[in-house]
Design a protein around this ligand. Sequence first.
Ligand code: G3H
Ligand code: ZN
Length: 283
Amino acid sequence: MLVTGREILQDAHKNNYAVGAFNVNNMEIVQAIIEAAEETNSPVILQASQGGLKYAGVEYVAELGKLAAKNAKVPVAIHLDHGTDFEQVMLCIRHGFTSVMIDGSRFDLEGNIQITKKVIEVARAVGVSVEAELGKIGGTEDHITVDEKNATFTDPKEAKRFADETNVDSLAIAVGTAHGLYKGEPKLDFDRIKIIKEMTNMPLVLHGSSGVPADSIKKAVSLGINKINIDTDLRIAFSNAVKEFIKENPDSIDPRKILSPAKLAMKEAVIEKMHLFGSVGRA
Ligand code: G3H
Ligand code: ZN
């Protein structure tokens, strides 16, 4: 069933677990994620990145997501990931997204509060949830890169003020993760997660979560992370399976045969994440 991000994340916040938000770009990815969610009886968030919207188009993403959600036995939200501006958010809402992120992290605190409030005013009127980002998460996602020197951790006092002034549904925080592949092992600032959770008492979001060791993810969830964004790990599962299949079947010309093992590999990767995040059985 199609639900809002807020419905999913409020339950996760109250019951101290996290829900996976997985990036979708085509039908096979949507199917893999939904099958994983149904098999584990887990709520799930399908999200479209900027690159995903460019690749598939907002209509395809929205219609695929809505069809999948309508037929799913578990709660599914369709979410805009790293929404760039007011117009893009409105476009996604118009196409039926039930959750949007407005990423105002490139602005100063005042500017971020302002754009977030503007989006919330409209989104709330039509029952769509809003995620914002405070601090700057490093790394590269699609065409957006934040250098290590420009990445800044979220200030807990600013997070409190941001939450109070905007009343946003969920907040993405910068605590040591980065988008894309890690060079070394990421070190998370667990104290910062704990303090931000205590000060804001709201659903918190971890971006750049691919490649983060399982015990760090578990600890982050125990301290108050409720939404975990995964893109790169699914890309790896998908592409490794395609490469392997082509290597073993160099004469295959059937896209269905080539993509079936990739879909299965992604589904298995998603199931593993759902167990790790604690969302299994929470649908
Ligand atoms: O917004 C999407 C994510 O933060 C995904 O990051 O590719 O490092 O898993 P990732
Ligand atoms: Zn992200």
